[in-house]
Design a protein around this ligand. Structure first.
Ligand code: DGT
Ligand code: CA
Ligand code: CA
Length: 360
């Protein structure tokens, strides 16, 4: 089967750290390190990610926070603020869904889009990707890197090829030469162990790997893995881009003018956010079954309160009413000042209609 699809992969640049830069513009230009504190006190924990300034000092995902502090004591160290990253992620996914019917969210900061039906060829695909990057920059305020290829395997490698703010197109006839010089671990699915064994066999690049016969690969790595490796090293991948059920949600989060526990201020804000969220639902003709109130307190802790409805609803009134009740319950339970409040609906049913470019 000839693979004549056009697949786009979008991956946000230094995502958690870039979200923080957006929220705190004074951080721009400084090394920023996002930390997962283990809760055992002090600097115990690991680096979740860092911006490119911090990476210049060797500070990268996975290293201990204490080590990062030694590498650059003057860097800005921040705790993970997952609720913020999730709400920004939702906004990004929503933009992608406006451009492509088929979107598969792969992780918090990346997604595949099958744009075969949207463009005539790879040149048009490149223009569409540039538009998507602009829409994300203008509406969300963040940069991303995009890759376009005939399949998911190659598109993902392409998006990583020129980071940050990259756009790499690999046409079908360029796939082999594009992959040839790359390390075997650049193929998602070739892990550390497999790579070590390949290196022992003198196989370092994807090009080397493609020259092994299927028999050699199968006898070394087993039937299924060997067969897959033969295909992958030639840039062949037929897995479809598939929307994952239940991953979709629409939310809005906002910073209050000042920290407050004033119920009226919070409810007024929730009313406004309800209007925005129901507007989005209306455009997409979606019904929802769950509503979540999000409150971020002055110590940057995120609190949520959710309710699942007995039956799907789609009207602004229901969102407002349920969100209001959740907010009231929250304030009664935690009489703490809030810095940010938000609202999210999920568990969708109904039509997934397209948004037009003009809406962005
Ligand atoms: P990039 O794509 O190289 O510009 O940088 P990131 O930071 O976007 O890296 P990516 O795409 O691998 O991961 C997306 C986010 O996921 C990242 O901003 C933080 C989080 N993340 C990545 N690796 C780890 C990890 O090892 N531990 C934890 N807790 N979070 C991680
Ligand atoms: Ca990323
Ligand atoms: Ca990623």
């Amino acid at each position: 089967m000839p693979d004549n699809r056009i697949i786009l992969h979008v991956d946000m640049d230094y995502f958690f750290a870039q979200c923080e830069e957006r929220e705190h513009p004074e951080l721009k230009g400084k090394p920023v390190v996002i930390c997962v504190y283990s809760g055992r006190g002090g600097d115990s924990g690991a680096v979740s990610t860092s911006n490119y300034e911090a990476r210049k000092f060797g500070i990268k995902a996975g290293i201990p926070i204490s080590r990062a502090k030694k590498l650059n004591p003057d860097a800005v160290f921040l705790p993970v603020n997952m609720e913020l990253y999730r709400s920004i992620s939702d906004d990004i996914m929503e933009i992608l869904r406006g451009f492509s019917d088929i979107v598969e969210q792969e992780s918090i900061d990346e997604a595949f889009c099958d744009i075969t039906g949207k463009v005539a060829d790879f040149d048009e695909a490149k223009k569409l990707a540039a538009q998507i990057k602009d829409a994300i920059r203008q509406n969300v305020g963040l940069t991303c890197s995009a890759g376009i290829a005939p399949n998911k395997l190659v598109a993902k490698i392409a998006s990583d090829f020129q980071k940050p703010d990259g756009l790499t197109v690999v046409k079908p006839e360029e796939v082999r030469t594009f992959l040839e010089p790359l390390k075997v671990t650049d193929l998602i699915g070739v892990g550390k162990k497999t790579a070590e064994r390949l290196n022992e066999l003198g196989i370092n690049t994807i090009g080397d790997m493609s020259k092994l016969s299927i028999g050699e690969l199968v006898s070394e790595f087993g039937q299924a893995k060997g067969a897959w490796m033969k295909q992958a090293s030639q840039g062949i991948d037929t897995t479809p881009v598939q929307e994952r059920e239940g991953t979709e949600q629409i939310g809005r989060i906002t910073t209050l003018k000042e920290d407050t526990k004033d119920l009226k201020v919070i409810l007024d804000t929730i009313d406004r956010l309800s209007g925005e969220v129901s507007g989005k639902l209306k455009e997409r003709k979606l019904s929802f079954r769950s509503v979540t109130f999000i409150g971020i307190s002055t110590d940057f802790k995120t609190h949520t309160k959710s309710r699942t409805l007995g039956a799907p609803a789609k009207d602004a009134g229901t969102i407002k009413r349920v969100a209001n009740e959740l907010a009231r319950d929250f304030i009664v339970q935690y009489p703490t000042a809030l810095r940010r409040v938000g609202l999210r609906v999920a568990n969708f049913s109904g039509e997934k209609s397209q948004m037009t470019l003009g809406e962005f």
